[in-house]
Structures are given as structure tokens and as C-alpha cells.
Design a protein around this ligand. Structure first.
Ligand code: MG
Ligand code: ZN
Length: 189
């Protein structure tokens, strides 16, 4: 790890949750902490990424709330425990932003819409929006990165895992691999 010389311009690493930080449950939702299982190496990866990323913000689609399979409070509890576990390992999550709406509601915060990221950036004006990075395991994450780039002038798209069918700027098998190869962070660290 090298230290940057001169003042570092704050930037934000946006992270998808399911399939990146915790195991995705195909066809269902993580409805409680009992359902939540960290991807191997993900907590340690976030601890590493916390050293280089001035901000780390999780952006997650949680339609299970809109479907009334779980409540917003259930989601808050999961996110509180997730954040604590990451903090215990020396990592940091600055914010967790969830779209809890139904896909059919056509809200402007459900990925691939960049609404949640744009809103957060508008509330954190010290952060350079055009230096954003978005990492996720679904096409909607990569498309969100492209949509964010169009809206704010830049965003690297990082594909995690093997389920991505659209072009990303960088691709890694896991968050652990992303944290150990910082090619994607060029110009930022
Ligand atoms: Mg995902
Ligand atoms: Zn929404």
C-alpha cells in the first residue's frame, strides 16, 4: 500500500450487497440475520478497501420489503449487524442505501437507476462524483455505474463474479480479488 502524495480528492466506492458482501439467496431474500452469510473473504476485503476508499457506500435493491416478505426494520437490523461485523474486522461502511420498492413501481432509486447514488453524492459535496466506482455482481449494477457516469461525469464499473453479461471496466472473481488488485483504483490512490 503506497501513500498518496498531496491532498487526496475524496471519492466513493459504491458496493452492491447480495452476491458481493453476502451470499445471494436465489429466488428469495435475506430476511433475517440468520439468513445472512458473508461471502468468504468479503469482510477482510472491506477492511482493506476501507484504507484506500475515502467513502464506502452500499447500494442494494431489497424488493422483499415492498413485497411485504420482510419489514424495513428487519432490513435495518441486518444492516446494523453487518456494519458491526465489518467494523470489528477494522472495516468501515459509511452508508447503506436501500431501494425497498417493487420493481413494478418504477421508482427512480432501484438499480439500474443511479438515483440513490446521485442523492447521496448531492448530500456529500466534498466527494468528487466523477471519481466514483461501482462494484456489483449483476448486470443492473454495471448499468447503474454507466447511468451514474452519464449523470455525474464518471464512474468505473467493476464486475464481481461470473454472472455479468455486459461490459465492465474491470472484472474480479470476488471482492477479495478486487481488494488485492487495485488496477481499478488507478488515479484515485
Ligand atoms: Mg448483487
Ligand atoms: Zn426504489
Amino acid at each position: 500500500m503506497t501513500c498518496s502524495e498531496g491532498p487526496q480528492v475524496p471519492w466513493c466506492l459504491f458496493l452492491d450487497r447480495d452476491g458481493v458482501i453476502n451470499r445471494r439467496i436465489v429466488g428469495d431474500y435475506v430476511r433475517s440475520w440468520e439468513d445472512f452469510e458473508f461471502v468468504e473473504g468479503a469482510v477482510e476485503a472491506i477492511a482493506k478497501l476501507s484504507v484506500i476508499a475515502p467513502k464506502i457506500v452500499v447500494i442494494t435493491n431489497q424488493q422483499g420489503v415492498g413485497k411485504e416478505l420482510m419489514t424495513a426494520e428487519d432490513l435495518d437490523i441486518i444492516h446494523g449487524l453487518m456494519t458491526s461485523a465489518i467494523a470489528e474486522a477494522g472495516g468501515r461502511v459509511d452508508a447503506i442505501l436501500s431501494c425497498t420498492h417493487l420493481a413494478a413501481s418504477k421508482c427512480d432509486c432501484r438499480k439500474p437507476s443511479p438515483g440513490l447514488a446521485i442523492q447521496w453524492l448531492s448530500q456529500n459535496l466534498e466527494v468528487d462524483p466523477s471519481m466514483s466506482v461501482m462494484a456489483g455482481d449483476s448486470d443492473s449494477d454495471i448499468v447503474m455505474a454507466r447511468n451514474l457516469a452519464s449523470a455525474v461525469g464518471g464512474c468505473e464499473a467493476v464486475a464481481i463474479g461470473k454472472d455479468i453479461g455486459v461490459d465492465a471496466d474491470f472484472s474480479y472473481d470476488s471482492l477479495e480479488m478486487m481488494a488485492s488488485d487495485l488496477a481499478w483504483a488507478s488515479g484515485r490512490v
